[in-house]
Design a protein around this ligand. Structure first.
Ligand SMILES: [Zn+2]
Length: 339
C-alpha cells in the first residue's frame, strides 16, 4: 500500500524528522467542492432569495503540500541537542508565490446540470494543474529539490534541516536530514529504560535501526516481541497474586490476553485508549502486516511499551522505598525500646 501525503496531516513532525528516507509519498492533484449559500434578501410573501454557490477548491493533498513548504512552522517536538521537547520553528517561503494562499479555484452559481458542473470541474482542474506547476517550479527549482531549515527555540537555536526531492514520476521523497532520524529517537538511554533486560534492550535497538532504514514490518515485529514479553511478565504477577489461572490464560490469543490483563488493572489506561488498533495489529500474522500499517502503528506501540516499562520501574522504586522505610522504622523502634 502506498503512503499518502495526507497520512501525515496532524503528524507533520513525524514526516519531517522521523519518517524514513527514500520512501515514496504519493499525492494527487484533485479538485474538491463545497457549497456556500448566500441569502440576497427576504420578504414575507416569497421567503428568502437564495444563491447556491459551488466553490471548487484545491484538493487536500495540494493544500497540505502548500502548508508543509510555504507556511511558517512552529512545531512542539524533540530537539536532539537539547535532549528534550521544545518548540521548533522554521521560516516559510510564502512570499515566493504570486497567487495568495487562497484555495478557491473557481466558483459556480446556481449550477443546474451535470454538464455545467463538469465544465466548472474541468476548468478548476486546469487551474489547479497550472498552480501546481508554478508551485513545484518555484519551491523545488531546477533540481527538483528543497531544503527546509529549522531551529529550536532554546537560547542555543540548534539548527536542523530536511531535504525533499520531487521524483520524475511525481512522488515526494525525503532524501536527507540533519540531525539524523536516529538522533530524533528520544530514548537513547536504553539502560535506564530496560534495566537488566538485555534481550528487550537489544530488540529495541534493532527495531529502531530497522525502522530508520525503512524496514517497517521487520521493525514492528521486534517491537511486538518486546510487548509480548512484557505481557507475559504482567501475567506472571497476576498469576502469583492469584488473579489469574495459568492454564486458562495460556490458551488465550495475545489480543485476549491483553484485554484480560487490562480488566485486572495490570495494564495502563493508555493501552485501553488505543486498544482498537493495538488489539487489531497484535492478532495479525506476519503475512497480513503491511509496511504502511506497521509504520503507522510503530509509534503508538512503542509509546505503550515505554509507558509499561516506566510504570514497572516506578512500582519497583516504590516497593524499594517502602522496604527501606519499614527497615528504618523498625530500627528506630528498636532503638527507642532499648533506651
Ligand atoms: Zn535545541
Amino acid at each position: 500500500m502506498e503512503i499518502k501525503i495526507t497520512d501525515f496531516v496532524g503528524k507533520g513532525s513525524s514526516l519531517l524528522f522521523s519518517f524514513p528516507l527514500y520512501t515514496k509519498i504519493k499525492f494527487d492533484l484533485e479538485v474538491e467542492s463545497r457549497d456556500e449559500i448566500e441569502v440576497l434578501d427576504y420578504n414575507e410573501e416569497f421567503g428568502p432569495t437564495i444563491l447556491n454557490h459551488t466553490e471548487y477548491i484545491e484538493g487536500m493533498d495540494f493544500r497540505f503540500l502548500k502548508t508543509i513548504f510555504l507556511k511558517e512552522h512552529n512545531i512542539y517536538s524533540y530537539c536532539p541537542e537539547c535532549k528534550r521537547d521544545n518548540y521548533i520553528v522554521s521560516n516559510g517561503l510564502e512570499a515566493i508565490l504570486d497567487n495568495d494562499t487562497d484555495d478557491i479555484l473557481t466558483i459556480g452559481t446556481n449550477i443546474s446540470s451535470a454538464e455545467e458542473n463538469e465544465a466548472h470541474e474541468q476548468y478548476a482542474l486546469e487551474k489547479l494543474q497550472s498552480r501546481a506547476k508554478e508551485f513545484f517550479e518555484k519551491v523545488f527549482g531546477e533540481t527538483n529539490t528543497i531544503q527546509l531549515k529549522f531551529h529550536c527555540t532554546s537560547k542555543h537555536k540548534h539548527k536542523m534541516y530536511v531535504i525533499f526531492h520531487l521524483t520524475e514520476d511525481g512522488y515526494l521523497i525525503k532524501t536527507g536530514q540533519y540531525p539524523s532520524i536516529m538522533d530524533f529517537e528520544k530514548f537513547k538511554n536504553l539502560d535506564e529504560i530496560f534495566g537488566k533486560d538485555n534481550v528487550s534492550k537489544k530488540d529495541f535497538r534493532t527495531a529502531t535501526i530497522l525502522k530508520t532504514h525503512n524496514y517497517g514490518v521487520a521493525a514492528f515485529l521486534y517491537l511486538r516481541r518486546i510487548f509480548e514479553r512484557l505481557i507475559i511478565l504482567k501475567a506472571q504477577t497476576a498469576i502469583s497474586e492469584g488473579l489469574l489461572r495459568e492454564e486458562d490464560f495460556e490458551k488465550k490469543k495475545m489480543q485476549e490476553k491483553v484485554k484480560q490483563l487490562h480488566e485486572l488493572g495490570k495494564i495502563p489506561d493508555y493501552l485501553n485508549e488505543n486498544k482498537t488498533f493495538i488489539y487489531g495489529i497484535l492478532s495479525k500474522g506476519l503475512h497480513q502486516l503491511t509496511e504502511k500499517d506497521c509504520l503507522a502503528n510503530y509509534e503508538p506501540l512503542k509509546e505503550a511499551i515505554l509507558i509499561i516499562l516506566k510504570e514497572n520501574s516506578d512500582l519497583e522504586k516504590r516497593e524499594k522505598i517502602k522496604k527501606e522505610t519499614s527497615k528504618k522504622l523498625n530500627s528506630i523502634h528498636t532503638e527507642m525500646k532499648s533506651k
